[in-house]
Design a protein around this ligand. Sequence first.
Ligand SMILES: Nc1nc2c(c(=O)[nH]1)N[C@H]1C(S)=C(S)[C@@H](COP(=O)(O)O)O[C@H]1N2
Ligand SMILES: [Mo]
Length: 361
Amino acid sequence: MALIETHPRLRVRQESPLNAEPAPGDLIESFRTPNDLFFIRSHGNIPTVDAGTYRLTIDGLVESPLSLSLADLRRFPRITAGATLQCAGNRRRELIEFAPIPNELPWGSEAISNAEWSGVPLREVLAAAGPKSGALHVAFLGLDETERHGHRFQFGGSIPLEKATHPEVLLADTMNGEPLPPAHGAPVRVVIPGYIGARSVKWISRITLQEAPSDNYFQAKAYRLFPASTGPDDVDWDSGLMLGEAPVNSVICSPVSGDRLPAGRVTVRGWAMAGGGREIARVDVSADGGKTWKTAELGAGGSGWTWRFWQAPLDLAPGEQEIVCRAFDSAAQTQPAHPSQVWNFKGYANNAWHRVRVVCG
Ligand SMILES: Nc1nc2c(c(=O)[nH]1)N[C@H]1C(S)=C(S)[C@@H](COP(=O)(O)O)O[C@H]1N2
Ligand SMILES: [Mo]
């Protein structure tokens, strides 16, 4: 098992398994998050993988099953593209403040990061294996192990085959121009832009084409969205929505809650991210808890697979103030006002208006 030394400014939420997120200020420091500040979400150990003996298996409903070494994989066409990953549990702490969510990590709002990934489009490898008719889902299995309810198993998940044929879906071995770091899935991980982070399986060892979604715990039970009335005692796991594309979201990174500022002009900054390849169309910022809004200025974008930074000058009156943001995506979808509108007992996909309370004077 690899020992990981984390950057001193990365906030470790859990040592084992290792889970950490950057500070809000660090997150918006650069459009591409430096590798050592990129958030880390792991459910099991961080495996040490021997590059020499590593094999990636492609099997299931395919004409020719494959077992690829790293050298084999590097003979496929390659692309480099930006993609922002966000954990479905990002902003869970705000849901917990509304109603308790036991046994889940209380992520702040920084379980998100952006990198430029290089690797082989998954569709190239799938084409070499030749999907058979009847294949509708692509299941991924990692090399890390975790335990749930007395069973030890590897982390996994799946995406529809249709998504897997899109050019942005990668088997990445390079992150911001460097070899993929161990904590982020070395030697090879899947990158599924526009989807919740959980589908971007790290330390990928096996890709199986099949008729149904993965029956792995992290696809079949976890990372499902249940109604607010459902709890751990009466949950029918099959009835939850399997999370895929993420909802539109935005967060204020500066100032942060609890800051004391001089009254007057302050520049509010943050990020916004749409799901499914949709683009960020607009970000609104309010200095009065959402009664009136100003349009923020959007920073560099590029594609719907990455976040956009934004900023807006706001005039703050003396006293306690609540600053709020909300984004609109290119399908005119926006964020709900309050965590009560999205609360669910697993604490996923919180995209309520982000609120920051500061004292001015
Ligand atoms: N093998 C494996 N892949 C995994 C995970 C994991 O625990 N094991 N965590 C997933 C989750 S929930 C997220 S949000 C992303 C986080 O990627 P990162 O750690 O590179 O930020 O990886 C995903 N891929
Ligand atoms: Mo996640």
